[in-house]
Design a protein around this ligand. Structure first.
Ligand SMILES: Nc1ncnc2c1ncn2[C@@H]1O[C@H](COP(=O)(O)O)[C@@H](O)[C@H]1OP(=O)(O)O
Ligand SMILES: [Mg+2]
Ligand SMILES: [Mg+2]
Ligand SMILES: [Mg+2]
Length: 362
């Protein structure tokens, strides 16, 4: 038993260190993309180019570090470089190559290792960076080691200057072992929205979860407070197209919740649940046949579980990360502290059954 616990606590130290380092480097890249391209440039409404530049270059950085550290590990990444390999993508490609290289050559910080292809002199060729992006094309599966990257989750929040997250998870046999979320715009204390911003959340299965500042300062363990009916509320998407606001409003009424929901973009919702800013993460299907992607839930779900929470779909079943790049048929996602889950699940099931019978009568 002693042997087993020693082995468990030693597990994945190198993977964890790499994941933290890669997410932190990608976060400084996305912050600089925002400052250079979103804040200081005149953009036409709905212009998605800064987010595209940010997505590609952040995935290039994380993926090229992974390739150096763990060359055999496959990656399920949100982006692929096809658009950058054609002539019409040349301008975008040049921008991405220069941003990714700028991030890779940055000085080594705490815990960084030059052997991961970072630090002064670590420039990559355009071809190497495009290949790094394309290493994210793994189809996923149930066995073996793999990583999943969402280089910018919450693109709408990123463009609004609100919440987004750089997300990286490491899985073995379809079980998330490490989850890291970098949230550059998230207040360290949500009750002080004008205070310091920039948080990093890290979980390792069986070893708990912690929050620290993006700089690495002030690490603190995370633990979701016990269920309290008078303060319980929901964390949900800003975008009603991503999660049904009307269904969660119905669930909220059934649970007699009095506090309004906290709406924010990205997996920052999982992080905020883990540190007790809100009572439950709610993601109810909007009925358009959208399949949730594994990179949108892997890191966040482990951070919640390791903080004392539970993450399931609306049937109460665990999320299955072994089905490929998606979570399969969409039954929604609900997450909360363990002692609230049965009550929440009952309300979810009542709301969705009522909804279904109202629809079939109509
Ligand atoms: N119809 C949909 N239902 C649920 N999630 C969606 C839908 N369309 C896009 N998404 C994804 O929701 C995530 C953001 O969620 P949130 O609104 O909670 O921040 C993004 O990864 C986005 O994917 P994409 O990056 O392809 O736009
Ligand atoms: Mg996403
Ligand atoms: Mg994304
Ligand atoms: Mg996207």
């Amino acid at each position: 038993m002693l042997y087993r616990s020693t082995v468990m606590s030693l597990a994945f130290t190198a993977e964890k260190q790499l994941a933290i380092s890669a997410v932190r480097r990608a976060c400084s890249l996305t912050s600089s993309v925002f400052n250079k391209l979103v804040k200081n440039e005149t953009l036409t409404k709905g212009d998605k180019s800064p987010v595209t530049v940010g997505d590609y270059s952040a995935q290039a950085v994380i993926s090229s570090m992974l390739q150096r550290a763990f060359p055999q590990d496959p990656i399920v990444g949100e982006e692929d470089a096809a658009e950058l390999r054609v002539d019409s993508g040349a301008t975008l490609r040049d921008r991405i190559v220069s941003l990714a290289n700028e991030a890779l050559v940055g000085e080594l910080g705490l815990g960084d290792l030059a052997e991961w292809g970072i630090g002064p002199g670590s420039e990559q060729t355009p071809e190497q960076l495009l290949d790094a992006i394309d290493r994210g094309n793994y189809k996923g599966g149930r066995t073996g080691r793999m990583w999943t990257i969402d280089p910018i989750d919450g693109t709408k929040g990123f463009l609004r200057g609100e919440q987004y997250a750089v997300c990286l998870a490491f899985l073995v046999d379809a079980q998330v072992q490490i989850g890291v979320l970098g949230c550059p715009n998230l207040p360290v204390d949500l009750t002080n929205p004008d205070g310091e911003k920039g948080c990093l959340f890290i979980a390792v299965r069986g070893q708990g979860a912690q929050q620290m500042k993006l700089s690495g300062a002030d690490p603190a363990p995370l633990s979701i407070p016990p269920y309290s009916p008078s303060t319980f509320n929901f964390l949900e998407s800003v975008e009603a197209a991503h999660s049904s606001h009307s269904t969660s409003e119905k669930i909220s009424q059934l649970m007699e919740i009095t506090r309004p929901p906290i709406r924010m973009d990205s997996q920052a919702k999982y992080a905020c649940l883990a540190r007790g800013d809100g009572g439950a993460y709610m993601r109810m299907p909007t009925g358009v046949g959208y399949k949730e992607k594994i990179w949108d839930h892997a890191a966040g779900s482990l951070i919640v579980e390791e903080s004392g929470g539970i993450v399931t779909d609306s049937r109460g079943e665990g999320l299955d990360f072994g089905l490929g790049r998606t979570l399969g048929e969409n039954y929604g996602v609900i997450a909360c502290v363990k002692d609230a889950h049965a009550k929440l699940l009952r309300a979810v099931q009542q709301a969705t059954t009522d909804g279904a019978s109202a629809q079939s009568k109509a």
